[in-house]
Design a protein. Structure first.
Length: 505
């Protein structure tokens, strides 16, 4: 007997042969068939095809076999949504009645039926997740990670180290639909008490052709008490913040802060407006200087090249700290959790596939080279033990992700090693390398867009079934847009992430 005869009541040898001629040979074929098309090809009635399709769908649940799927369809339960929404006691009564009439040979217990419904919830969740692009899934995964590690993991979990710092002042915005989110804090912010920082996403456009990579986000509030951080109470607000974050964060206006400061302690009333001002981040402004110098080198006077649009930035580890000074065992545990297990960096890296990566400082250079050792050109692997003078004199390193070439640029840190950065003329050497990529056609500037074209691939980060923050202004400006299904793209990215992990030294 074939699978369909064995699994679906009512399909005999004749029907099975006609279905096979139409390409329907398995339960999966039956589940996902176009009923109208199969009807035209086989002559089998639409009513009968729909009944069989429903039986096949219900058999996705472990424990629901041919007889139980037949019984459920007779009761009007024709899909998983109806099954999970039905009263389990009524299902039990219906199956029992059909068994007593001899329609089906066996019955199911109430506990088994409830177990079916529990399975359906998981199946429906996984179905929804499979239709969600990776760049959207990771928003929720990252946003909730610190809370999950704190509430559900063991008390000595390494990521609890981050709770040594905080909580810190936090604000929400009074008008949720003001646009863009990063600009609203100065005039429409509400104080919401003290909160711990949640992990960061990649900041900027996911398909920016240039990406800067660091170790982990810096936590300035430890030494700058007027610092205040956004409070995210929904996933769209969180995603939008990191998509449109640019060269500044926020601090509480000094006069207002001082008014509420008594004997070294400051107190603000919750759920009340609080005045904020921009606090420009010196490192972020260095990116703008690089882009401005690049624009001059390209001979373009009216471009809108900017941080967040043409340069994205992210970190190996998503959580904040004022310094990277944990003990070795904790450090190993944090990296294992965030980088290797959760793969937050890797997942966003392979979705972005930038043309150029910039790394500032020896610490991140060592980590990056060690983790991607096998992805570099084997004849030109960077050596973190070399002096910056030697590294900058070369700076022609390349790596590959799935065949895509990436230029990797190393430099002293513009703020952490300002003297060395200036002495070695590092900014101009970085610009030289990026300009070379432009001349070689690896970076493509679009005069109408006034930005670089987006990198190859697909992106649904701003406009998807989970949230909407506006239409992508780069639609049509991708180097090459990937039109395959979400599942195909996701499967390929998983392979790329595995390959990158295996390239570690």
């Amino acid at each position: 007997m074939g699978e369909l005869r064995d699994k679906i009541e009512g399909i005999g040898p004749g029907y099975e042969k006609r279905l096979a001629e139409a390409g329907i040979r398995t339960l999966d074929d039956l589940r996902y068939m176009n009923v109208d098309n199969v009807h035209e090809q086989t002559g089998i009635s639409i009513r009968l095809l729909k009944v069989w399709q429903s039986m096949a769908v219900l058999q996705r649940v472990e424990g629901i076999d041919a007889q139980f799927s037949e019984a459920l369809v007779k009761m009007g339960i024709t899909d998983l949504v109806k099954l999970v929404g039905a009263d389990p006691e009524q299902i039990f009564a219906g199956i029992t009645e059909l068994q007593q009439k001899g329609t089906i040979p066996n019955t199911a217990t109430l506990e088994e039926i409830k177990g079916w419904q529990d399975q359906v919830l998981q199946i429906l969740f996984e179905d929804r997740l499979s239709k969600t692009p990776d760049e959207v899934k990771i928003v929720w995964e990252t946003m909730t990670c610190r809370g999950m590690r704190h509430c559900y993991e063991r008390s000595n979990h390494p990521c609890r180290w981050f709770f040594e710092y905080g909580p810190f002042h936090a604000y929400d915005i009074a008008v949720e639909d003001m646009w863009p989110l990063v600009e609203t804090g100065e005039i429409d912010s509400i104080y919401v008490g003290e909160r711990y920082q949640i992990p960061e996403l990649l900041s900027g456009c996911r398909k920016s052709p240039i990406m800067s990579v660091g170790l982990n986000p810096n936590l300035r509030a430890v030494t700058q008490p007027r610092r205040i951080y956004p409070y995210f109470d929904d996933v769209q607000q969180y995603a939008r913040h990191f998509r449109y974050r640019t060269t500044f964060k926020h601090t509480i206006e000094k006069g207002y802060y001082d008014e509420h400061l008594t004997n070294g302690t400051v107190e603000f009333e919750e759920n009340q407006p609080i005045p904020l001002v921009k606090a420009y981040v010196s490192m972020y402004r260095e990116y703008e200087k690089i882009l401005h110098a690049l624009q001059e080198r390209m001979g373009i006077t009216d471009s809108e090249l900017s941080l967040g649009e043409d340069i994205s930035y992210y970190n190996f580890v998503a959580c904040h700290s004022p310094r990277w000074n944990m003990d070795r065992e904790t450090e190993k545990g944090i990296i294992g959790e965030c980088y290797h297990k959760r793969r937050f960096f890797l997942k966003q890296f392979v979705q972005s596939v930038p043309k150029v990566v910039i790394l500032f400082g020896k610490a991140i250079m060592k980590s990056f080279v060690a983790n991607f050792y096998g992805a570099f050109d084997e004849n030109n692997i960077p050596d973190p033990t070399e002096t910056y003078r030697d590294i900058l004199s070369k700076n022609n390193y390349t790596m590959r992700i799935g065949g895509e070439r990436i230029r990797v640029i190393f430099s002293p840190h513009p703020t952490g090693a300002f003297g060395l950065y200036r002495e070695l003329d590092a900014q101009n050497k970085i610009v030289d390398a990026i300009y070379e990529e432009y001349l070689n056609g690896n970076l493509i500037y679009d005069a109408d867009l006034k930005h670089f074209k987006r990198t190859k691939g697909s992106c649904k980060f701003c406009d998807n079934d989970i949230y909407f923050m506006g239409r992508c202004k780069y639609k049509g400006y991708f180097e090459k847009e990937d039109t395959r299904s979400i599942t195909e793209i996701s499967d390929e990215r998983k392979i790329l992430v595995d390959e990158l992990e295996s390239s570690a030294q």
